[in-house]
Design a protein around this ligand. Structure first.
Ligand SMILES: [Zn+2]
Ligand SMILES: [Zn+2]
Length: 319
């Protein structure tokens, strides 16, 4: 679990004392319900500031006498679990003191605009938080939505249906599914006259060490013309980096591949760190070409679309 403690996110001190609890029936799942900035998606560096904003808003809420952030934990789109009131303390989010004492309150950074749909990392983080409440906070096995037993739309239809399905990890099964397939080969390259391992590594956006390890090459100076090298697939960083409005270096990487592969309408300026409509159109053009493998051509980038974009940009897949 990627736990971010109160001191790590810069929590203010509570304005009163917490009510201690030693056990609960389970955990209730929440969403923020208001606008959650989409810019958080591509920039985990902003998540702690968002939690501080929530804490400030709760403490200053004129309609509640909250002494602190109301939630027990908050989970960001990148799967980090931010300690709110934490374990062993009654939360303030479930609707009334009885409900607050009966279930811990775990809130996803989701709302009615901006970020409206949970990322896989977020669902994993929610399960991490729930398991943590059980393992160390005396929580029972129940997982419910805020709307269970209280009149509210929270945690939104999508997250609530996930709760009703038993709050499963997105990959299925237990453990933390790594969003990184690497270890697979993206294709084969035949060494040409004049090639060095470092030139080949540069061309395929990997490192000499990675390329050597992947092919069991002990001495990087001893590669031979005609030798076939397996090219390691670039690890997939997660779907959240490629939705409309996301911002990250991965967006630039994907866009450079789409440009090199000549997919979709050309860029006026060039690749950037922002995912825009044009980028989704390029992704859709790639998906349309390989629709049997990548369809439907919805412009959303998952691990296979990421791999095909890389392969077609580097001459590792036939068109
Ligand atoms: Zn709620
Ligand atoms: Zn984050």
């Amino acid at each position: 679990m990627k736990l971010v403690s109160r001191s790590e996110w810069g929590a203010a001190a509570p304005t009163g004392s917490f009510t201690r609890i030693s056990s609960t029936t389970g955990v209730k799942v929440h969403y923020e319900g208001s606008a959650v900035p989409a810019g958080l998606l591509g920039d985990h560096g902003r998540c702690a500031g968002h939690v501080r904003d929530i804490q400030r808003a709760h403490i200053n809420d004129p309609n509640e006498d909250w002494i602190d952030i109301a939630y027990s934990f908050m989970v960001c789109p990148h799967g980090y679990v931010f300690e709110g009131r934490g374990l062993g303390r009654r939360n303030g989010a479930n609707g009334n003191p009885t409900l607050n004492g009966a279930h811990y309150a775990v809130c996803a950074m989701l709302g009615t605009s901006g970020i409206t749909s949970p990322t896989d990392a977020m669902l994993d983080g929610l399960v991490d938080a729930i398991e943590y409440c059980r393992a160390q906070g005396g929580a029972g096995g129940e997982v419910r939505g805020h709307r269970d037993g209280y009149a509210t739309k929270c945690p939104g239809d999508e997250l609530y249906s996930w709760v009703q399905r038993g709050a499963p990890r997105p990959g299925g099964g237990g453990g933390t599914p790594a969003p990184e397939p690497s270890g697979d080969s993206a294709g084969v390259y035949t060494v040409q006259p004049g090639d060095t391992l470092s030139a080949i590594a540069g061309r395929f956006e990997t490192s000499v060490a990675q390329l050597a390890a992947f092919n069991g090459i002990a001495n990087p100076d001893l590669i031979q013309v005609g030798q076939q090298l397996q090219i390691p697939a670039p690890p997939f960083p997660g779907r959240e980096h490629f939705v409309l409005g996301a911002h990250s270096p991965y967006a630039r990487q994907l866009q450079s591949w789409l440009e090199a592969g000549d997919w979709g309408p050309p860029y006026r300026v060039g690749p950037s760190e922002d995912m825009e409509q044009l980028d989704l159109e390029k992704v859709a053009a790639l998906q349309e070409h390989y629709v049997g493998d990548l369809g439907p051509a919805d412009g959303l980038t998952g691990p296979l679309t990421w791999l095909y974009a890389y392969q077609t940009a580097h001459g590792l897949r036939a068109r």
